[in-house]
Design a protein around this ligand. Sequence first.
Ligand code: ZN
Length: 223
Amino acid sequence: MEKLIRGIHEFQSHLFCAQRELFERLAHGQHPDALFITCSDSRVNPNLITQTQPGDLFILRNAGNIVPPYGAVKGGEDATIEYAVAALGIRDIVVCGHSGCGAMKALLEPESVRRLPAVAAWLQHAEATRRIMSENYGEEAGDALLLDTIKENVLVQIENLRTHPAVAAGLAAGRLNLHGWVYQIETGEVFAYDPNHRQFRPVVEAAQGEVPAPQRLAATRAI
Ligand code: ZN
């Protein structure tokens, strides 16, 4: 805890003063650019990797950057997504997976969470990912299998996003874009799903448009 308390002192005495105007403006309300859905993993820092400021990203985090289909869970995900789209008018939603994701490892090795019933239950919302991997990636193993699982899961969760009424309405009206990203911890690279090339490509090269209907097989070898 000491490290956290020291950090708050540091923040208040240096950074806050330097950006006082920003914080005063933020006190009047928020107008974030994007809803950023990512894993709870401590190594993933959305503001750091996108070089954004407080107020820029509306962030939803959980184990495995999972988006349960609408109504499947009486939890915070539905409310967060609805508020972001319908109340804040957010126009872009990013689902960002990451390399070395423990949740995706557990999805591939269900035995490892036998004593973690809440985690095991939560991962059922990624059952489609597990099924896609077992039926289509039988030849793969180890790191390659994990990385492709992470990528396929991003695409599966984007499909789940579409079941949310606020998202469906935004897409139908052409005022919302969905983006699938994977962050590679060891290199700092971010890859985006490019629907035109049907693969993940470096984010700066990838098309930034909406991810269309499922196009996932052979979609994931580029990282
Ligand atoms: Zn993770």
